[in-house]
Design a protein around this ligand. Structure first.
Ligand code: IMP
Length: 438
């Protein structure tokens, strides 16, 4: 069974927690897009771990993590994360694999990212990690890949070409600090030397793994609404965070993927600029942000919070082909009464939209249409099964299921590993046996 996990909102849905629950049954954990703009937080035995590049499931012993060709890699960040895993006793040389086709982030990418945000109008609120500029180079066919770090002559030539292109642009955007080609070359050759034991032909590696019956878990970073094609363009990241990215970003064919699991928070959040139709007013914002600890795992920025948006979730279920969804952070809503769910958008011309509009101009003119449910005003953090939840919380989840059209297979009610339980939807949609008889 090979499963793709995707964020079904704007990222930060709590995928790390869901992945952690699923990992036990998996052999290889695969990242297929994004870079260290992502941040997965996992709490084990009261200790918090934040991962940016390496799949968080490697905290389970004996698992292998692969960064696929679709990922963009900042070697400094990757090496530091490997050191942290080593300190946890993980045999990193066996556990971490890196595709030789993945693209590499250089200092000029980060500087271009920051300078563009500072200098040009239309700030996106990026994480400033150089993600967009690195993908720009990939598409412009001037990028530098992991395989190139092993060849001094190739690397020197590519760095030279990139500096010739980028330095004038940086200067024009008031970043005048020089970058020395030889120093950069030496630094990246050294990164290449240290990464060499981890570098594999990613396509071949996964092909052989599938051939020997290994089970793959593909971890999507960010979320559907940050997808370069299917999100709120231009307020998106630069990669395909949706399930299709799992194929292009690894070389595994669509026919090898058995299931897609979407992850939604019981409410909605986003970091950075761009539309968030169900955004709370200041009081609720403050309350939910504090209760949900809604601060970015990567940049520490406060996240914007809002009501659950069924239009967004339904869009995500469709473009990803989700078989089921996991709902996280239900406990954050414990004290709220009433609770609202967005079921449609009222456009400026009075039409009721039941799908996410393609361009922001239409969206800006829309008002969310809400349905109101009573709150449950009780603690859900100790629930061990669906039946333990207060009646109001079960009614809320059932309504979400109705609106998004697929079963809820997992509910999480706190950050600890044990605060999550599988529901009946798990068996209905996430096991091969049931799929055949369904
Ligand atoms: P970039 O990916 O750094 O280029 O940032 C583009 C947009 O995606 C910004 O709004 C970021 O805040 C957002 N973003 C990128 N990565 C994440 C993530 O892992 N979670 C939530 N938002 C993200």
């Amino acid at each position: 069974m090979n499963i793709v996990i995707v964020g079904a909102q704007w990222g930060d849905e709590g995928k790390g927690k869901v992945i952690d629950v699923l990992t036990e049954d998996m052999d290889i954990l695969v990242r297929y897009q994004g870079g260290n703009n992502a941040g997965h937080t996992v709490v084990v035995d009261g200790r918090e771990f934040i991962f940016h590049l390496i799949p968080s499931g490697l905290l389970h012993p004996g698992k292998i993590g692969l960064l696929g060709n679709g990922v963009v890699i900042d070697p400094e960040v990757l090496l530091a994360e490997m050191d942290r895993l080593r300190a946890r006793g993980v045999i990193v040389e066996e556990a971490v694999k890196v595709s030789d086709q993945a693209h590499v982030i250089f200092p000029y990418h980060k500087r271009l990212d920051l300078a563009r945000e500072a200098f040009l109008p239309g700030r996106l609120g990026t994480t400033g990690r150089g993600i967009g500029p690195c993908y720009m180079d990939k598409i412009a066919r001037v990028g530098i890949r992991i395989a190139d770090l092993a060849h001094a002559d190739v690397l020197a030539e590519r760095i030279e070409r990139n500096l010739a292109e980028k330095m004038p642009l940086l200067r024009a955007w008031h970043d005048t600090e020089p970058l020395d080609r030889d120093a950069l070359l030496a630094q990246y050759l050294e990164y290449g030397r240290r990464l060499a034991p981890h570098v594999v032909n990613g396509v071949q590696f996964l092909r052989e793994a599938l051939g020997s019956g290994k089970r793959l878990l593909f971890e999507g970073a960010q979320g559907t609404m940050l997808d370069i094609d299917h999100g709120t363009y231009p307020y998106v990241t630069s990669s395909n965070a949706t399930a299709g990215g799992a194929c292009t970003g690894t070389g595994v064919p669509p026919t090898a993927i058995d299931r897609v699991l979407g992850v939604v928070k019981a409410y909605t959040t986003r970091v950075g600029e761009g539309p968030l139709p169900t955004e709370f007013g200041p009081d609720l914002m403050e309350r939910i942000r504090a209760k949900g600890k809604e601060f970015g795992a990567t940049t520490g920025r406060p996240r914007r919070c809002g009501w659950f948006d069924a239009i967004v979730a339904r869009h995500a279920v469709w473009v990803n082909g989700c078989d089921a969804v996991a709902v996280t952070k239900l406990d954050v809503l414990d004290e709220l009464d009433p609770i609202r769910i967005c079921t449609g958008y009222r456009a400026a011309d009075g039409r009721l939209l039941e799908y996410f509009p393609s361009e922001l101009k239409t969206l800006h003119g829309c008002e969310p249409v809400y349905e109101t449910l009573p709150g449950w005003k009780a603690d859900t953090g100790a629930a061990e099964r669906y039946e333990d939840l207060p009646q109001g919380a079960r009614a809320y989840l059932r309504r979400l299921e109705d609106l998004i059209g697929v079963p809820i297979c997992l509910v999480s009610t706190g950050s600890k590993r044990e605060q999550a339980f599988k529901t009946e939807g798990w068996a209905r949609r996430l096991t091969r046996k049931n799929a055949i008889t369904a």
